[in-house]
Design a protein around this ligand. Structure first.
Ligand code: GTP
Length: 256
């Protein structure tokens, strides 16, 4: 691989990378893609763009469903790896296509991005983590080819804070977490986000939030709308968040 394209979820760019990434990639050329740009606000996007620019990381925001960012990505991949053919020419070899590998956590949108780039359905994209299993090279014009190797990066499930955010963002399978616990934590997070806050939660579900106990809020919602079924109430809150009913918000802010 000449360039490695690491795809992360723009809502949780820190939780969708692995601490060993740098070690694994060594000094390979690297592009960071923050996918699901449609799910964060412009302010979040600017904050992350500034943060990564300061670190000297090349970052592209994308939308795997609509294909935004893909042309820029292919241009940047080719430009970053242009020295490959400079070296080949100096050795009297014919130029070859630049090889780019796409990596990232499950369900962050890797296959969708490749399909958008190639404008056809090469890789199965599904709203379930862990759908991609086979590795293959896919051609993009005559100068670039992609290795569709998504899903390789093992998640840091040992990092509880990250695991909860992955669950909230639907980046891990529902069987691996307790929906009611995760929804309760989401309520607490939303209550602290200035653009959402307790008022937005109360207005949306027409129930009072005493204090900031997420668990109590989920239980109240269960009684109010779901005949006491906590799982259904919790699922409603998670689904509302994922559909942007509280606005499009990043759950992480760049570290200072
Ligand atoms: N809203 C939104 N949804 C997206 C975007 N990109 C992908 N998705 C959706 O996210 C889900 C997962 O996308 P995939 O492309 O299958 O993700 P993947 O990373 O290849 O997943 P694995 O095969 O599990 O590794 C699908 O339902 C996509 O339609 C995006 O930019 N915005």
């Amino acid at each position: 691989m000449d360039v490695v394209i690491e795809v992360r979820d723009a809502r949780i760019p820190l939780s969708t990378t692995h601490p060993l990434m740098d070690q694994w990639l060594g000094n390979r050329k690297r592009i960071l893609v923050l996918n699901r740009e449609d799910m964060i606000s412009m302010a979040d996007r600017n904050a992350w763009a500034t943060y990564f620019a300061k670190q000297g990381t090349k970052v592209i925001f994308s939308n795997g469903q609509l294909g935004m960012g893909t042309m820029k990505l292919s241009r940047l991949a080719k430009a970053l790896a242009s020295d490959v053919n400079v070296k080949r020419r100096s050795k009297g070899l014919l130029p070859r296509a630049v090889r780019a590998g796409i990596v990232g956590y499950p369900n962050v949108g890797k296959s969708s991005l490749i399909n958008r780039l190639l404008k056809r359905r090469m890789c199965p994209a599904a709203p379930r983590p862990g759908v991609t299993r086979v590795l293959k090279w896919v051609r993009f014009g005559k100068d670039l080819e992609f290795l569709d190797s998504p899903g390789i990066i093992p998640m840091r499930i040992s990092d509880q804070a990250a695991a909860i955010k992955l669950a909230i963002c639907d980046d891990i399978g529902e069987r691996s977490y307790d929906v009611a616990d995760v929804a309760a934590i989401l309520v607490q997070m939303l209550a602290r986000i200035p653009t959402v806050g307790i008022t937005a939660l109360q207005n949306r579900y027409k129930i009072d939030m005493d204090g900031t106990c997420g668990k109590t809020f989920v239980q109240k919602l269960a009684l109010h709308l779901f005949n006491g079924d906590t799982h259904q109430a919790a699922f409603r809150i998670l689904t509302d968040f994922r559909k942007g009913k509280f606005g499009w918000i990043s759950l992480e802010r760049p570290p200072r």
